[in-house]
Ligand binder design. Structure first.
Ligand SMILES: Cc1cc2nc3c(=O)[nH]c(=O)nc-3n(C[C@H](O)[C@H](O)[C@H](O)COP(=O)(O)OP(=O)(O)OC[C@H]3O[C@@H](n4cnc5c(N)ncnc54)[C@H](O)[C@@H]3O)c2cc1C
Length: 286
């Protein structure tokens, strides 16, 4: 196995573009090293991104937040201003693994590993997060929902790397939340996850994005759920319509961790509960 530790995204791209065989980027390594040790994936080329200039930065400007590809969950959780603006997204990241995992695991690794149950992905999609992809053809920004294409698969082409995550500026009257169901209290992957981001105008929801995880091969944006709650103040009838839309958007698998019927039902329950939390946070931020 070849191990490289470039100090720029340009060099990382060049190495990845020229690499022969199975290539992996090493961010926190909490997926890559587990897969390697379990003989699931043995990379021929491992490109460590932790020493790349700018990969460990958390920056804020008038457009929002820029998080480098090597920033771990613990650093996000300790960033009080980021957490105050995007508590749902930070909580989704914070649910990943244990204290030890939090010291390594990254948002970008969670996204590019391609797990349908990745916790940060529905929260990022609900928040309207975009990523910068750098590759042999140059640089582009794309929406998070355009990265995963199926279990373990992404739309990234040979030589392409995600350099940064871009989280929009939180406006007054906005709030987000992420909830998941797991069979244990921690250290398990989501049977269902739900991220919701709301914008209020007074008490009325003026904009909403709802995204479910672990109920289909990739995270699912629930457009009908957003339509059901926009223009309302989340009364009981609205909550019923939201839950029905969330359940209807599911296309889950049946496995030992949850049946199709269970996952479909829980999606509705989590949509109600996360909508309520996001709504209360949005009201508090006005
Ligand atoms: C004990 C344990 C508990 C866990 N619990 C959870 C959990 O509760 N919820 C959950 O969602 N996940 C969980 N995970 C999975 C894992 O921790 C997350 O997916 C983590 O966010 C991956 O980030 P990483 O930086 O470690 O990625 P890595 O392992 O370094 O990389 C993962 C994948 O992303 C690719 N990649 C990394 N960086 C880039 C980049 N910049 N550009 C393009 N591709 C890139 C790599 O090539 C690789 O395929 C757990 C793992 C363990 C070991």
């Amino acid at each position: 196995m070849q191990y490289h530790c470039p100090d720029s995204f340009k060099d990382a791209v060049a190495l990845a573009a020229e690499a022969q065989g199975v290539t992996r980027f090493l961010a926190g390594g909490t997926d890559v090293l587990v897969q390697l040790r379990s003989d699931i994936v043995t990379p021929d080329v491992l490109i460590d991104i932790k020493k790349i200039e700018g990969a460990d930065e958390i920056r804020q400007d008038e457009n929002g937040w820029t998080i480098g590809a090597a920033v771990c969950g613990a650093r996000m959780n300790e960033h009080s201003a980021l957490k105050a603006q995007w508590p749902g997204l930070v909580e989704a990241m914070d649910l990943i693994g244990s204290t030890q995992i939090q010291g390594r695991a990254t948002l970008v690794g969670n996204l590019c590993n391609g797990s349908p149950a990745a916790d940060s992905v529905p929260a990022m999609i609900a928040a309207g997060v975009r990523v910068t992809v750098v590759g042999p053809e140059g640089e582009r920004q794309i929406a998070v929902e355009d990265i995963p294409t199926g279990p373990g698969k992404t739309s990234l082409k040979k030589g392409e790397i995600v350099s940064h995550v871009h989280i929009p500026t939180r406006r007054a009257g906005g709030g987000d939340a992420y909830l998941r169901f797991i069979p244990r209290t921690e250290m398990d992957i989501a049977v269902v996850g739900c991220g919701i981001n709301l914008q209020l105008d007074g008490d009325v929801i003026s904009d909403a994005r709802i995204c479910l995880g672990a109920v289909a091969p990739t995270a699912v944006l629930v457009a009908d759920g957003a339509s059901a709650i926009v223009g309302t103040s989340l009364d009981d009838g609205t909550m019923d319509a939201l839950a029905a839309a969330a359940s209807a958007a599911c296309n889950p698998i049946d496995d030992k961790r949850g049946t199709i019927a269970f996952r479909t039902h829980v999606a509705g329950v989590l949509a109600r509960r996360s909508a309520r939390i996001a709504y209360d946070r949005a009201r508090a931020s006005q």
